[in-house]
Design a protein. Structure first.
Lengths: 94, 345
């Protein structure tokens, strides 16, 4: 009984995590704002870490955060800031 | 008789939740004390008085400031990226709270047995802390980018250049400590320093770690992302009210947690000689007190360094990290391996 409940709860949590992961991954492809795309990619990478931790691979999950969010995500943002693009909303003439 | 009761109480999930909430409260209260302390000490160093009207010695100045910040108009610039503008404080605070989960706040000795006061004890906690603390830069970036302001963007740019440089020596010094202990668990790292603190075994590592951590926390010789004199307030220029307050507060909580990390990794944690900790009443309070005292001393040093060292230029900062600290940290890594493997320490 208890183990069944635990299984159901785990399934629900996995469903939420997977939905967030897929929606942010799609968002990072379809969004027009390049910075938002990078941030959506970072969130989806973070969620992959959550999936790893749910699969009982805690070390891999933490390393995923360290490498993909802390290093690669930051480098992507850094590279985005080197590109020439108007900041913030469109049609601003600053 | 007494010990089993105490242990039962300590491991009750409700009690643990309560302890966790208390720890969050302690950190917030501690951050307020640190802000007050910094203002007062800065005043002393510059021959000013500092805050003095609210409460005894101006102690409740920050309460007054918080009330002021909360009653301010919640302003969002019209050309700002609203979604990022609103979610930036959440990301920044979230990163700080995630760090809080794995950092020990001391230890309780009951009949000579040690129970660390920590939210979650994991095998890889130092790696975890390092990982989640790197999220804070994304929060700071969101602060800066969403405000649509040139000064903010310049601040974020400098922040990136600095953080990318200093995460590397910071990580390598942490690794060299972990190699000597043979564990990534921060509680075990603290316990391993029972006879000799690591500052004596790895003095070079301590210096590199301390400098890199100050850069990581954005304390004054390294606060290029904020540099008031050139960039107004850098990354946080467009913010007012409680959103500004949260960014400001996150920096101070980061300062406290960083100082705890220094004490845990290099200054011996809460270890005391066992004849002190075996006494029941001393064992409950003394190690934590000793630990927090050391944390306070580290914070004091960092605050005093603020007025002792002028801010570096950004190219000097990047230079210091890649040309000086990185080779030194690698040297320290070699030294740690030598000590750890050949001397069997």
């Amino acid at each position: 009984m208890v183990s069944e409940m635990v299984g159901i709860i785990e399934g629900i949590i996995f469903l939420i995590v997977a939905l967030v992961l897929i929606s942010f991954a799609i968002l990072s492809v379809v969004t027009r704002d390049i910075v938002r795309a990078a941030l959506a990619l970072i969130i989806s990478m973070f969620t992959v870490a959550a999936v790893y931790i749910m699969l009982n691979a805690q070390f891999l999950g933490v390393v995923q955060i360290l490498v993909y969010v802390g290093a690669i995500g930051v480098l992507i943002l850094f590279a985005v800031m080197l590109t020439k693009k108007t900041m913030g909303r469109e049609n601003n003439d600053q | 008789m007494m010990s089993s009761e105490v242990i039962d109480i300590l491991f009750n999930p409700w009690v643990r939740t309560l302890i966790g909430l208390c720890l969050i409260g302690v950190v917030f209260g501690g951050a307020m004390v640190v802000v007050w302390f910094e203002r007062k000490l800065s005043g002393d160093i510059q021959f000013r008085l500092g805050p003095k009207y609210v409460g005894p010695f101006g102690m409740f100045q920050l309460v007054a400031d918080a009330i002021k910040l909360m009653t301010k108009e919640d302003l969002i610039p019209s050309k700002a990226d609203r979604l990022l503008f609103v979610s930036a404080p959440i990301v920044l605070m979230g990163s700080v709270f995630l760090m809080l989960v794995a950092i020990p706040f001391g230890a309780v000795f009951v009949n000579g047995v040690e129970y660390p006061i920590v939210g979650t004890e994991m095998d890889i906690s130092i790696l975890y802390i390092e990982a989640v603390s790197s999220i804070s830069i994304i929060g700071a970036f969101m602060y800066a980018y969403s405000s649509n302001n040139k000064y903010s963007l310049l601040g974020a740019f400098r922040n990136f250049a600095r953080m990318i440089g200093y995460e590397v020596p910071l990580g390598i010094t942490i690794v060299s400590v972990a190699i000597m202990v043979g564990s990534l668990n921060i509680v075990e790292i603290a316990q391993a320093q029972s006879p000799i603190w690591f500052i004596f075994l790895q003095p070079l590592g301590f210096i590199v770690f301390f400098i890199a951590l100050m850069a990581d926390m954005g304390r004054l010789p390294f606060d290029q992302n904020e540099s008031e004199e050139e960039l107004v307030a850098g990354w946080i220029t467009e913010y007012t009210g409680m959103r500004f307050g949260l960014g400001f507060f996150a920096e101070y909580i980061h300062l406290i947690l960083g100082s705890m990390l220094v004490v845990l990794l290099f200054l011996g944690g809460w270890n005391l000689p066992s004849f002190l900790t075996n006494v029941t009443i001393l064992g409950i309070f003394l190690p934590t007190l000793f630990y927090l005292l050391k944390v306070a001393l580290v914070i004091l040093t960092i605050i005093m360094l603020r007025w002792a060292v002028p801010r570096f230029r950004i190219d000097q900062v990047v230079d210091l990290s890649w040309k000086r600290l990185l080779p030194l940290s690698l040297l320290n890594l070699g030294w740690a391996i030598m000590l750890g493997i050949y001397l069997g320490m």
